[in-house]
Design a protein around this ligand. Sequence first.
Ligand SMILES: C[S@@+](CC[C@H](N)C(=O)[O-])C[C@H]1O[C@@H](n2cnc3c(N)ncnc32)[C@H](O)[C@@H]1O
Length: 192
Amino acid sequence: MNVADRFHNWRRKQRWNKQYRSGRWENLKGEKERVRYEKIVELTEKHGTKNPNILDLGSGEGVLLDYFNVENITSFYGMDFSSVSIKKANKENRNKATFICADLHNFTPEMHYDVIVLNEAFYYIHETKKRAVIDTMAEHLKPNGIILVSIYREGLGCWEYFKNDRFEELDFSTITTNEEKTYWKIGAYKLN
Ligand SMILES: C[S@@+](CC[C@H](N)C(=O)[O-])C[C@H]1O[C@@H](n2cnc3c(N)ncnc32)[C@H](O)[C@@H]1O
């Protein structure tokens, strides 16, 4: 990213912090979003290994973790560049979980994971960095590890990064709600 891109990224981070501070993202904990999180848990149980180590990229406050039965996972590692969201995530005393503040554009995981999640986060990655972020994810997947991607509505400029020869598509669903314009597409992938 050039200097202008880095500046915009910094500005976006400030905006996310402000929004998390004001409670703008409390809606993620609401009923309407439930189907999306439940689908991710379902795909983890269906295609992931037993008792997985999970990495959640752009985890925000860690809402996804609350949908898992922690008895059934080994660990949950969330990262987000919004320090406010990470502070909120760490406020709750959460078993088996770690949340750290980091930027997806230059984040390198310290270990390998059974499940790597990009839950409503991929479209925030700068276009020139999407490929590199996917390379990093692929390098940090355990054998038989899976990548789960959720994208709001059509996700233009996103799915082509997963729907290609590099990955086998294990699952692809559209998750609808009672509002016509509120839906997500969720895919499960493993490396070919
Ligand atoms: C719509 S929220 C989704 C949060 C969470 N995945 C969920 O579904 O509950 C998008 C998240 O991506 C994070 N994000 C955006 N750009 C990021 C970046 N460059 N690095 C890390 N996190 C980022 C935001 O701070 C925000 O928490």
